[in-house]
Design a protein around this ligand. Structure first.
Ligand SMILES: C[S@@+](CC[C@H](N)C(=O)[O-])C[C@H]1O[C@@H](n2cnc3c(N)ncnc32)[C@H](O)[C@@H]1O
Length: 276
C-alpha cells in the first residue's frame, strides 16, 4: 500500500509496544518496525479508503454467503478480518509481521485466528482450505508473488475466488507518477515516468524509534501479475478500476482536479478463480 507522509493521530495508536524485538529468534520485518505508524493510519475500522472503497468492493467481488471461510492474506492489523466478521463471514488472517498480528489480536472483539508466516512459504497453512482469499493493498509489498499465488491456488477450494486490490499499477507508482497542471488546457494530468520494468521502491515511514524506518513497494507491470496468476492456475474473470472519492471543494484548479480524479483510477481490483 502506498501512503503519503502525513501527520498521524497518536490517539488512534493501538497498545504501546514496549520492546520492538519480536519473540524468539525471528528477524524483525520492515512492517514490524512500521507497525505503530501503520496501525495509527488504519485504526479499528480502516482508513477512509478502506471503509468507503476497498473493503465493500472486495466483499462484493468475493460473492460469498454468510458462514463461508475467507483468508485475509497479508492481513496487517486485521482491519478486513474485523469487517468480514461483521458481515457474518468467517475470517482468518495471515501476515509475516508479528507486531501487526499482535495489534490484530488486541483489536479483535471476537476470536479471529491469525497466523504468522510468509505467504510464499510452501508449508504455511498447509492443508487449509478457504472459500475465498483476499489480499488488500498488500500485494505490492510482497517481494515474490509467484510462490504466493501458488499457495493461494492450494488454499482455495475448487471454483474459489481470489480478490486482490492494489494501488493502480499503471498510474500510482511511488516516485514514478505525479500530478501535473497544464496551464493552457486548464487540466490536471498524470505523468508516468516509468512503468514497464519491475522496481523496488523504499517508502519512508515516520521514525517512532530513533532511526529512519521504511517499507518496500515492489512495482510490477500488469502483465506480470496476469502471467503469475495464470501459472498458478488462477484465471482472471474480473478487473475493476476504482476512483478516489476525494473532492476539491474550492480553488481555481478544483474543477480540473475533480475531473482528473474521475479519469485516473486510484485502485485496481483483480479477481481470479481457481479452475478445478
Ligand atoms: C500495507 S500493509 C496492508 C495490510 C492490510 N491488508 C490492510 O489493508 O491494512 C502490507 C502488509 O503486507 C504484509 N506482508 C508483506 N510481505 C508479506 C509476506 N511475504 N507474507 C505475509 N505478509 C506479508 C506486511 O507485513 C503488511 O502487514
Amino acid at each position: 500500500m502506498i501512503l503519503k507522509k502525513k501527520i498521524f493521530p497518536r490517539r488512534n495508536i493501538a497498545k504501546p509496544i514496549k520492546n520492538l524485538r519480536t519473540s524468539g529468534q525471528r528477524k524483525q520485518t520492515l512492517w514490524d518496525q512500521a507497525s505503530r505508524w501503520y496501525d495509527s493510519l488504519v485504526g479499528m475500522s480502516g482508513s477512509d479508503y478502506h471503509q468507503t472503497i476497498v473493503m465493500p468492493g472486495v466483499l462484493k467481488l468475493l460473492e460469498l454467503k454468510p458462514g463461508r471461510r475467507v483468508l485475509d492474506l497479508a492481513c496487517g492489523q486485521g482491519v478486513f478480518s474485523r469487517f468480514l466478521l461483521g458481515k457474518k463471514i468467517k475470517p482468518e488472517g495471515l501476515d509475516s509481521s508479528e507486531e501487526l498480528l499482535r495489534m490484530a489480536r488486541s483489536r479483535s472483539i471476537k476470536l479471529i485466528p491469525y497466523h504468522l508466516g510468509n505467504a510464499g512459504d510452501a508449508k504455511v497453512l498447509n492443508g487449509q482450505k478457504f472459500d475465498g482469499v483476499a489480499c488488500l493493498l498488500a500485494v505490492q509489498n510482497i517481494e515474490k508473488i509467484e510462490p504466493v499465488f501458488q499457495n493461494v491456488a492450494k488454499w482455495l477450494k475448487p471454483k474459489g475466488k481470489f480478490v486482490m486490490v492494489l494501488t493502480h499499477p499503471c498510474f500510482r507508482i511511488p516516485r514514478q507518477t505525479h500530478w501535473g497542471w497544464d496551464e493552457d488546457k486548464k487540466i490536471e494530468y498524470r505523468r508516468v515516468d516509468r512503468y514497464a520494468n519491475e522496481m523496488k521502491i523504499p517508502i519512508l515511514t515516520p521514525p517512532f524509534v530513533d532511526k529512519v524506518n521504511y517499507t518496500m513497494t515492489y512495482h510490477r507491470p500488469l502483465q506480470n501479475y496476469f502471467s503469475a496468476l495464470l501459472k498458478a492456475g488462477l484465471y482472471v474473470d474480473s478487473l475493476e478500476e476504482w476512483m478516489s472519492n476525494k473532492e476539491s471543494a474550492s480553488g481555481k484548479r478544483s474543477r480540473g482536479e475533480n475531473r482528473a480524479r474521475k479519469e485516473v483510477p486510484l485502485f485496481m481490483a483483480i479477481r481470479a478463480v481457481r479452475s478445478s
